[in-house]
Design a protein around this ligand. Structure first.
Ligand SMILES: Cc1cc2nc3c(=O)[nH]c(=O)nc-3n(C[C@H](O)[C@H](O)[C@H](O)COP(=O)(O)OP(=O)(O)OC[C@H]3O[C@@H](n4cnc5c(N)ncnc54)[C@H](O)[C@@H]3O)c2cc1C
Length: 98
């Protein structure tokens, strides 16, 4: 929905695939912007970048992927954007408003 965010058809709340009640209902603790930096499979723990250790019973790794951006002339110029992430959309929207 990043094109909808840029065009103003959607806001951040609408972009959430599930609202906060959904996660509370299923006993899920959501942690945003918490990078996992280490995994200890024998201890069944993972470590977050702020040092916090989190234990688990079962672990699903779903880290996605990052698209490759081929080298193109002028790609470093102001006003050239990729269109992949929320922050891309926010940067583009800010540029359109400016
Ligand atoms: C611009 C764009 C438009 C798309 N449009 C559609 C569409 O219309 N329909 C459709 O079906 N699909 C679409 N897709 C594809 C779809 O978004 C992906 O297939 C899907 O999001 C993959 O889900 P995922 O859970 O595997 O990975 P992701 O959604 O990439 O989620 C992985 C998550 O893991 C997190 N992560 C990675 N490493 C760490 C770490 N060390 N610690 C903590 N967290 C970490 C990442 O920050 C990310 O939040 C689109 C993709 C893009 C880029």
């Amino acid at each position: 929905m990043i094109s909808d965010l840029v065009s103003g058809k959607a806001d951040l709340q609408k972009m959430k695939c599930k609202n906060d009640d959904f996660f509370a209902k299923y006993g899920t603790e959501v942690r945003i912007n918490k990078k996992v930096t280490a995994l200890n499979i024998s201890e069944k723990t993972l470590t977050l970048e702020d040092g916090e250790k989190v234990s688990y019973d079962k672990l699903l790794l779903a880290t996605g992927g990052k698209p490759f951006v081929p080298k193109m002339e002028g790609q470093e110029k102001d006003g050239v954007f990729t269109f992949t992430t929320l922050s891309d959309a926010q940067r583009l929207a800010a540029k359109l408003i400016a």
